[in-house]
Design a protein around this ligand. Structure first.
Ligand code: ZN
Length: 342
């Protein structure tokens, strides 16, 4: 099978073509695993964290990719949840202990980091971590829901907001443009305020119904109960804190932060940013239950992910564009050939 593999970690500036196209044997599903013939795979910011070594794969080479959509083509021994021909998706959780907090477990293993993922024509995964894709979504629409959407769903829940309380989003890319649609459904009376450096992102936020969109450093017109940060930087963390109301919470939805602007943390002021029980909470990984619940919810709304497609062999260019921030919505790699998609 064709696969794009990562052989060496390092800064993208030093190795702008980090992935190589190779031929690998089609994997064999083990006990309770399914073999998936991959149709599409979304491109996520966490791939950059893996490539650049902020959350490095424990062994190389590895096939990246954790927003995988495809068809089950073979069942390992003992599989009961899926049948050949089922359309399924795989997200960031490749395997864990199945507990309520399996995202925090030492047994948590990530798709495309701790095991081969979706930048290839086939992958295997335990049946518990392959999720049925609701019919309403095309393969391309479903891909960003599996990580950007699902982790956004978890982040929104961790804000603890109730309907009517004002919500902020800082950064407006692959995840936030899905979260705003989810927030409008779950909290219809909560105004959403968006902070973004890029004018096009602010415009996109207004098109999707945010009541206000300003630069990362601006003061929002009212204090916010919670803000979700989906940026890779530190400045938005500090800037968001001043916009929280007493008891407000910043939820940081990023697996790793980059160190480029880390000195901005010195601007964190106890009185203005943290006093009055303001708090900062991270979102770690995802549970299988989050993904299953979110896919069902997303289908009832229905959420409309914005995406651009490119071919699997163009993954390096897609990653570079993501690093440069020149993507509106999400990027999805087309893996299967056209005649496979009938
Ligand atoms: Zn992701």
């Amino acid at each position: 099978m064709r696969a794009m593999i990562l052989q060496k970690t390092g800064a993208l500036a030093d190795q702008p073509v980090p992935l190589a196209m190779v031929e690998l044997p089609v994997p064999t599903p083990g006990s309770q695993e399914v073999l998936i013939k991959i149709s599409v795979c979304g491109v996520c910011h966490t791939e950059l964290d893996e490539i650049e070594g902020r959350t490095p794969p424990p062994r190389l080479p590895i096939v990246l990719g954790h927003e995988v959509v495809g068809i089950v083509t073979e069942l390992g021994e003992g599989v009961t949840k899926h049948r050949v021909g089922d359309r399924v998706g795989v997200g960031w959780i490749y395997h864990s202990d199945g507990s309520k907090n399996e995202n925090l477990s030492s047994e948590f293993r990530a798709t495309g980091r701790d095991a081969n993922g979706g930048y290839a024509e086939f992958m295997t995964v335990h049946e518990n971590y392959a999720f049925p894709i609701p019919e309403i979504f095309t393969d391309e629409q479903a891909a960003p829901l599996l990580c950007a959407g699902s982790i956004g769903y978890r982040a929104l829940r961790l804000t603890n907001i109730t309907n009517g309380q004002p919500l902020g989003l800082t950064g407006f890319g692959g995840s936030a443009h899905i979260v705003i649609q989810l927030a409008q459904h779950q909290f219809p009376d909560s105004p959403v305020y968006v902070f973004a450096r890029d004018e096009r992102e602010r415009q996109f936020a207004l098109e999707l119904g945010s009541v206000w969109a300003g630069d990362t450093t601006e003061h929002s017109p009212e204090k916010l109960q919670a803000i979700i940060d989906t940026t890779p930087a530190w400045t938005p963390v500090v800037e968001a804190m001043k916009n929280l109301c007493p008891g407000g919470r910043l939820v940081v939805n990023a697996i790793r932060k980059q160190d480029g602007d880390k000195e901005s943390l010195l601007g964190l002021d106890y009185e203005n940013h943290l006093w009055m029980e303001r708090e900062i909470k991270s979102v770690a990984n995802i549970t299988g239950r989050d993904i299953a619940e979110f896919l069902t919810t997303a289908a009832t709304i229905p959420i409309k992910p914005n995406f651009q497609t490119c071919q699997l062999e163009d993954a390096n260019r897609a990653l570079l564009e993501l690093k440069q921030g020149s993507i509106r919505g999400a990027k999805v790699l087309i893996v299967g050939s056209d005649d496979d998609q009938n």
